[in-house]
Design a protein around this ligand. Structure first.
Ligand SMILES: Nc1ncnc2c1ncn2[C@@H]1O[C@H](COP(=O)(O)OP(=O)(O)O)[C@@H](O)[C@H]1O
Ligand SMILES: [Mg+2]
Length: 248
């Protein structure tokens, strides 16, 4: 029997004059991996940003951790956004990126060997090679970038990890590895994970719960066994790309 880590009550978000979330209520269960599914534009990213308090919303987002039960403590929440806007005119390396996150003084003072050891450990935690450290971030592959961003998101260790389409643009093998990685994180550290995904074959194998977003509300939720491809076809229509795979 698990308890909720986050409770969403009657959450409403308006963007550009349109109501994107329309009184959504849901619970994100502690210690579980929950997949958030829904068609493009259904408000999945918007929901994550409301949980992070990055955008204004009506209603309540309650965190059942820490002392303050309304605002997410950055120490408690890790986030890997859907898109990272890379500024290629200012080339920074993976070492710079991790160093900025780890270090409290400007990077032009350089990195000591202890910091390099810490960065190497961060990369190892996400199954990435330390040779990435000296590569410019715009030169590494989509899968490598996701790992670097994940390494940042789990340092310091969060209670809740929000992943927005973490495996998009990564090949099937890379996706399997990524889901194995977050599965291990969940099992070994008890990290609660909410991830947006389009690939139900992956979701069916790797998550505990599926939450379907439609018309600004949680339309249905349950285990991957309960939320079958048939149910999703009824909810979202016949020909949505995410339902082409039969999950196990
Ligand atoms: N800053 C914004 N201003 C106006 N509309 C927005 C903004 N951000 C997102 N939207 C709109 O809100 C809807 C939901 O977007 P989003 O949460 O990104 O969907 P999803 O992640 O499910 O694809 C879309 O119709 C999108 O165009
Ligand atoms: Mg999105």
């Amino acid at each position: 029997m698990t308890t909720p880590l986050v409770t969403l009550r009657d959450v409403r978000v308006e963007l550009g004059g349109a109501e994107i979330l329309r009184g959504l209520s849901a619970e994100i269960m502690r210690g579980q991996i929950t997949a958030l599914v829904g068609t493009n534009g259904s408000g999945k990213t918007t929901l994550l940003r409301a949980i992070l308090h990055e955008i204004p919303f009506d209603g309540q987002v309650l965190f059942h951790c820490g002392h303050d039960h309304t605002h997410p403590n950055p120490q408690h929440v890790g986030y890997v956004p859907q898109r990272l806007r890379l500024e290629s005119s200012m080339p920074i390396t993976v070492r710079d990126l991790l160093g900025i996150a780890l270090q409290r003084w400007p990077i032009f003072f350089g990195f000591g060997s202890q910091l390099t050891a810490e960065m190497t450990a961060m990369l190892r935690d996400v199954g990435a090679d330390e040779s990435l450290l000296d590569k410019p971030i715009e030169k590494i592959s989509g899968g490598e970038l996701q790992r670097v961003l994940l390494a940042l998101a789990i340092h310091p260790e969060p209670e809740l990890l929000l992943l927005d389409e973490p495996a998009a643009g990564v090949d099937v093998k890379g996706q399997e590895q990524f889901y194995d990685l977050i599965g291990r994180l969940n099992r070994e550290r008890g990290t609660t994970i909410l991830l947006v995904s389009h690939d139900l074959s992956m979701v069916g194998k790797h998550v505990h719960r599926v939450m379907c977003l439609k018309d600004g509300l949680v339309h249905c939720q349950g285990t991957p066994h309960e939320i079958t491809p048939d149910i999703l076809r009824q909810v979202f229509g016949m020909d949505h790309a995410m339902f082409v795979h039969q999950h196990s």
